[in-house]
Design a protein around this ligand. Structure first.
Ligand SMILES: C/C(=C\C(=O)SCCNC(=O)CCNC(=O)[C@H](O)C(C)(C)COP(=O)(O)OP(=O)(O)OC[C@H]1O[C@@H](n2cnc3c(N)ncnc32)[C@H](O)[C@@H]1OP(=O)(O)O)C(=O)O
Length: 290
């Protein structure tokens, strides 16, 4: 039986995608690591053959291969292939969880098995939401092993030219031991979109972003914010080994203001967060370290 949600989302039709799988194999080449380090002005990570890939830098691999003719208006591949055809048009990266059994290594050939784990409908304070949870299992030829759960959220469209409903503001409840201010300029956003072959127009097309998706500035990539959390943690506490990482993007960071990358360590736990220019929480994360 078809279940229609208040915003006309036929959830049971979308849930037919649950269990769908995709298998890809790729060699972890050094070039993306060199380019990402240049983008962040950091020389922290080795790009030598056999070196461990920094946590979250695997997002520079297994990139989409959809031809331009197969892209939707928002720049993402047209839905209905691997991902279900959710009828809410505003996609965002909502969060994720990562368990690192053994880090992937540069030069290693890695197999990634992806599966649509669940499609869920929720009524959020900002409107109807559909969450698609995708699981990835990475196995490298030299023992690299990671499990990842990725939450993608779809939000309802806004009336062209009007601002969308913003999620409620929250204040971080922790005292930072380190805090770094970042200016999200167009060069940073362009380079991260290029490095991840991400055509989503909310990250580079200001007129589309303002007038179609209703954000008052370009949206900084969630995976870039998460990556910065661990890069700055690594600078604050050298030689940490990340065993697991989980994060949730609670409010968008826009390129019209600076933001801060914050963290603190309590034993084997890192509490990490991104705050906007008003000090409000935009992303919260936790890492287990050794
Ligand atoms: C790459 C890429 C895209 C991007 O990078 S987009 C930029 C990064 N992402 C963001 O900026 C997302 C920021 N978050 C939000 O805007 C809001 O959190 C969101 C997702 C619109 C939801 O806000 P609401 O205020 O409407 O939601 P509620 O707090 O009322 O919660 C309703 C239920 O949803 C669950 N939930 C909320 N947020 C998340 C989340 N981030 N992850 C998982 N689940 C979430 C919440 O727990 C509530 O569930 P209940 O079961 O308790 O009802 C690219 O596209 O590739």
């Amino acid at each position: 039986m078809s279940v229609l949600q208040p915003c006309e989302v036929d959830l049971s039709a979308l849930q037919k995608w649950e269990g769908r799988q995709q298998l890809k194999t790729e060699v972890i080449h050094s070039r993306p690591v060199v380019a990402m380090a240049a983008t962040l002005d950091k020389e922290l990570f080795s790009s030598e053959q056999g070196a461990c890939l920094a946590p979250l830098w695997h997002w520079l691999y297994f990139l989409p291969e959809t031809p331009s003719a197969g892209l939707a208006e928002d720049g993402h591949p047209v839905l209905g292939g691997f991902l279900p055809p959710v009828p809410l048009s505003r996609r965002m990266w909502a969060g994720g969880r990562l368990e690192i059994g053994s880090p992937l290594r540069i030069g290693e050939s890695v197999e990634r098995l992806s599966e649509i784990r669940s499609v869920r409908y929720k009524e959020g304070r900002s409107g109807p939401l559909v969450f698609v949870e995708v699981h990835h299992h990475f196995e490298g030829e030299h023992g690299g092993s990671m499990r990842e759960e990725h939450d993608i959220v779809y939000r309802q469209p806004v009336k062209p030219g009007t601002p969308g409903t913003a999620p409620a503001a929250q204040q971080p409840d922790l005292q930072a031991q380190w805090s770094v201010t970042v200016t999200p300029d167009p060069k940073l956003l362009f380079r991260y979109s290029a490095l991840t072959f991400n055509t989503h127009r909310i990250h580079y097309d200001r007129s589309y972003c303002n007038n179609v998706e209703g954000y008052s500035g370009l949206v900084v990539h969630g995976p870039l914010l998460a990556t910065l959390l661990l890069v700055e943690a690594g600078r604050a506490i050298p030689d940490i080994k990340v065993l697991s990482f989980s994060f949730r993007a609670v409010s968008p960071i826009l390129d019209i203001n600076d933001f801060t990358v914050n963290g603190r360590r309590d034993g084997h736990t890192l509490s990490l967060w991104i705050a906007n220019h008003r000090g409000e929480l935009a992303m919260q994360a936790e890492a287990r370290i050794r």
